[in-house]
Ligand binder design. Structure first.
Ligand SMILES: [Zn+2]
Length: 180
């Protein structure tokens, strides 16, 4: 909810501008329209031999749950650059050979989560304030009941299903409900 205009600081109110179909934050002083759009989360699924790398979250939301390294894409970078940056920031794990694996819409929280399958160059990493524990898991050891986000669960399940068939594809679906 935007209360003030980012251009002039004037009071904003939500109205449907002429020719539009959704309410927008419109400045009552300079009439600037501030559009609000989904945010993109980018990350990787790093693989080493038959194992996947997961990070235990040291921050909210979902503190203490396991996730893939990822985070908000920054202006001025590509999705691959963002995924590499977030992987480095959250795990310091060296990854290469990124291939798009999942593109999941989360309309309930206005986000899109996208993950790249990546090869771990060597099984090294460092914990960070964001990731208090990092480990490799084989499919049967994945802590499925402690996965932080449904998009991460779907991405992992899709990966293991592709691997079983030795046929990799992109999963493009909509997550309709949060899991917390
Ligand atoms: Zn204004």
């Amino acid at each position: 909810m935007i209360k003030f205009c980012p251009q002039c600081g004037g009071k904003a109110e939500y109205i449907v501008p002429e020719g539009d179909h959704n309410p927008r934050a419109v400045c009552t002083q300079c009439h600037h329209i501030e559009y609000e759009n989904p945010r993109l989360i980018v990350g990787t699924l790093p693989v080493w031999q038959d194992k996947v790398l997961l990070c235990k979250r040291g921050i909210e939301p979902q503190h203490g749950m396991w996730t893939l390294p990822g985070g908000f894409m920054e202006n001025g970078e590509s999705t691959i650059e963002g995924a590499l940056r977030e992987t480095a920031e959250e795990s310091h794990a060296p990854v290469t050979n990124l291939r798009l694996l999942s593109c999941l819409s989360l309309p309930f929280c206005n986000q899109v989560h996208t993950f790249y399958l990546a090869d771990l160059i060597e099984p090294t990493w460092q914990t960070t304030p964001e990731s208090t524990e990092i480990a490799l898991f084989s499919e049967q050891d994945v802590p499925w009941h402690e996965i932080a986000f449904r998009s991460v669960e779907w991405t992992l399940k899709h990966y293991f299903s592709c691997r079983a068939k030795n046929e990799f594809s992109l999963i493009d679906k909509t997550v309709t409900k949060p899991n917390w």
